[in-house]
Design a protein around this ligand. Structure first.
Ligand code: NAD
Length: 311
């Protein structure tokens, strides 16, 4: 019997890649329901599978923020069961908190938090009844540790961690496995798809100059981080595939070890001070503030001795 997989957010990135990998499995072990909010964007996915496995892939409309759309998609699953549910749909939001509009923050929580909860609620009863199932979440390093200027995004991803860790305790009794894939920076359209902080795009001007300078340092850091440390989607997909194939996948999987030293600091120093110090150094020490230009990272003993805090 084929494994029925339903994936949210398949018009691009991880969702698209995973749908393609599973639908083109040489032994045709999977039936993939690749879902997306807007079916007008299905061409890329269709191109990638090139119609060679028509029986292994079905594309469905699914907006995770719309309960009616969720219910309708569930109705269209011919097998009447989902063995593996991949909650992948998500949006980012970057910027100083003071300029994040209510609308932008609400979208992030609607998609990342309530969308994930609604998707799980839709398919959980069936999994519990059958005493079998896997729920796999596209989570983030930013779900475990705060990242400057990503406060609202991290808040939404932290929320999903709490959700899943709580669920996992109960669901082990039902043989349902919850797995968070803690992705680091990835070469997808995620950055291009960020929610913008405010409707007019002019809010940065109202910020104090210190915050503006820090934010521009952060953006520089972000650019070099994506250049140096971003993983290819294929590498990360491998971790999703392992979780799908494993009879008993763990609660958390880490496609990259890059952030592990920072992640560990949170436990090593529970009062939070060491993490905050290390993250501050990681983001702001390498790129100097304009007022400190003489003190470059090479001449900065803190950076020379302790590096980025990540090694
Ligand atoms: P992406 O922007 O290509 O994919 C996100 C997908 O979610 C898009 O296809 C988008 O259309 C979809 N989506 C947005 N709102 C939706 C809605 N209401 N209903 C259904 N679908 C919706 O970026 P990605 O990198 O493939 O992101 C996938 C997941 O991975 C996200 O949850 C993201 O938070 C997480 N992640 C990404 C990165 C990264 O650096 N790219 C890092 C860590 C975690």
């Amino acid at each position: 019997e084929r494994t029925v997989v339903l994936i949210t957010g398949c018009s691009s990135g991880i969702g698209l890649g995973l749908a393609v990998r599973l639908a083109s499995d040489a032994s045709r072990r999977f039936k993939v329901y690749a879902t997306m909010r807007n079916l007008a964007q299905k061409e890329r996915l269709l191109e990638c599978v090139r119609g060679c496995h028509a029986s292994t892939l079905e594309i469905l409309q699914l907006d995770v923020t719309d309960p009616l759309s969720l219910a309708a998609a569930a109705q269209r699953v011919q097998e009447r069961r989902v063995d593996v549910l991949v909650c992948n749909a998500g949006v980012g939001l970057m910027g100083p908190l003071e300029i994040c509009s209510y609308q932008a923050m609400k979208t992030v929580f609607d998609v990342n938090v309530f969308g994930t909860i609604g998707t799980i609620q839709t398919f959980l009863p069936g999994m519990k009844r059958r005493k079998a199932g896997k729920i796999i979440i596209s989570s983030s390093v930013g779900a475990l540790q705060g990242v400057p200027f990503n406060a609202v995004y991290c808040a939404s991803k932290f929320a999903v961690e709490g959700l899943c860790e709580s669920l996992a305790v109960v669901l082990q009794q039902f043989n349902v496995h919850v797995t968070l894939i803690e992705c680091g920076p990835l070469n997808t359209s995620f950055l291009a798809n960020l929610q913008s902080t405010d409707a007019e795009g002019s809010a940065l001007q109202v910020l104090d100059s210190q915050t503006r300078a820090l934010y521009s340092q952060y953006l520089q850091h972000c650019q070099s981080l994506f250049r140096d440390a971003a993983q290819d989607t294929e590498e990360v997909l491998q971790v999703f595939l392992e979780a799908i194939h494993s009879p008993c996948p763990p609660l958390r999987c880490f496609p990259t070890q890059f952030f592990m030293p920072l992640t560990r600091l949170k436990l090593a120093s529970p009062d939070g001070s060491e993490y905050i110090r290390a993250m501050h150094k990681f983001v702001f020490a390498a790129t100097e503030a304009p007022s400190n230009q003489a003190d470059t990272s090479e001449s900065n003993p803190a950076v020379r001795e302790q590096g980025t805090g990540l090694e």
